[in-house]
Design a protein around this ligand. Structure first.
Ligand SMILES: Cc1cc2nc3c(=O)[nH]c(=O)nc-3n(C[C@H](O)[C@H](O)[C@H](O)COP(=O)(O)OP(=O)(O)OC[C@H]3O[C@@H](n4cnc5c(N)ncnc54)[C@H](O)[C@@H]3O)c2cc1C
Length: 329
């Protein structure tokens, strides 16, 4: 029996992976999405900046709708975790999922990132209630004029604090006793912007009703905030491709070109795992580009199971040129 090789394996079923699934299904490609079910989007209480939803949309609802849309066109989405990925000399990728091995001509890595969470009890609940937040671009508008704390001890903490300062006068940077690695100039910037900086150890940060309270170790007093932003950073889920020698940047994000191609032939990446603005719309846009580039790369490779009448055996001239990158037309 000849080995069954998919056109594409999509690893990750967040906004990036599911967008790719919708496109690949409508391109009638043979592919599968394997998703471990830990999308950052599932943590979003209600997104108010995602275009097309004037009342806002819950992260899980968005993921559910995208899954339904992809399945409507026959997408095969399975729950599981890819634990190993290899690239054979013949160009075929072999992914390990539990006891199964999946062979594919191309792979789209859409595995996202993992946030480094502050050491607080029941962080998922605090995120759902909007008390702990991760992204001023996403929801800074919702803290207009409120008391806001930012946990961070490096430049990125200050940058988040300065960004939030455009929404409210009341911003405090909490380093939680970690040495603050700000330069003199950055400290001046914080002072000039009126950002409070608390460097002494905080005994505890607690969620108390609708507020976040930071208890000072020194005098036992507490400061109360309406929301706490974590600027502790995140880790790219790119370990799977380290073994392939794929180019990663200093943050571990996959380096891609304008068509979302990585340095490993046949491996594409989209969404947060690529260094860019970590937003749903960006993940979707990159996935649309990647899926189209994958389809164009595979043209002339029909999927017999899905197109028994050979409708995929077209020539490049038959392709829709409006969406085909000019250099592959
Ligand atoms: C609290 C919060 C609020 C946010 N609010 C907004 C907002 O309002 N607007 C906005 O635009 N953005 C918002 N974001 C950011 C947004 O959630 C992300 O930009 C988006 O989810 C990125 O999509 P993605 O598909 O790249 O990654 P993810 O959504 O993280 O999906 C990656 C998927 O890959 C899976 N996966 C990882 N490794 C493997 C593996 N080895 N095998 C199989 N599956 C794997 C994961 O389990 C996960 O399901 C928010 C983020 C957070 C945390």
């Amino acid at each position: 029996m000849p080995e069954s090789v998919l056109d594409c394996l999509v690893i990750g079923g967040g906004p990036a992976g599911l967008t790719a699934a919708i496109y690949l299904a409508r391109f009638r490609r043979r592919f599968q999405v394997v998703d471990a079910g830990r999308s950052r989007a599932a943590l979003i209480p209600t997104s108010h900046n995602h275009a097309g939803f004037p009342e806002g949309i819950h992260g899980r609802t968005l993921l559910g709708r995208m899954t339904e849309q992809a399945r409507r066109y026959g997408a095969h989405i399975v729950h599981g975790s890819v634990t190993h990925l290899e690239h054979r000399p013949d160009g075929v990728f072999i992914a390990t999922v539990g006891s199964k091995r999946i062979a594919a001509r191309t792979v789209l890595l859409a595995t996202g990132v993992v946030d480094r969470e502050p050491a607080l009890p029941n962080v998922p609940d605090a995120i759902q209630r909007g008390l702990v937040r991760h992204c001023g671009i996403c929801d800074g508008y919702e803290v207009l004029g409120k008391r806001v704390a930012v946990i961070g001890h490096s430049s990125s903490g200050l940058h988040e604090a300065l960004f939030l300062r455009t929404y409210t006068f009341d911003v405090t940077l909490l380093s939680l006793g970690c040495p603050l690695t700000l330069s003199e100039q950055e400290r001046r910037q914080a002072a000039e912007a009126g950002i409070g900086v608390v460097e002494e150890p905080v005994a505890r940060v607690v969620i108390d009703g609708d507020h976040v309270r930071a208890l000072s170790m020194r005098d036992g007093n507490h400061q109360s905030f309406d929301a706490l932003y974590s600027a502790l950073g995140s880790d790219a889920r790119s370990d799977l491709v380290r073994g392939l020698g794929t180019d990663l940047d200093d943050k571990g994000c996959v380096v891609t070109d304008a068509h979302q191609r990585s340095s490993t032939d046949g491996l594409f990446a989209a969404g947060d795992v690529v260094r860019s603005l970590d937003q749903i719309s960006v993940a979707m846009g990159q996935a649309a580009i990647a899926a189209t580039a994958i389809h164009n790369r595979l043209r002339g490779v029909p999927s017999p199971d899905e197109a028994p009448d050979g409708t995929l055996s077209f020539s490049p001239q038959d392709l829709c040129t409006c969406c085909t990158p000019s250099e592959v037309r």
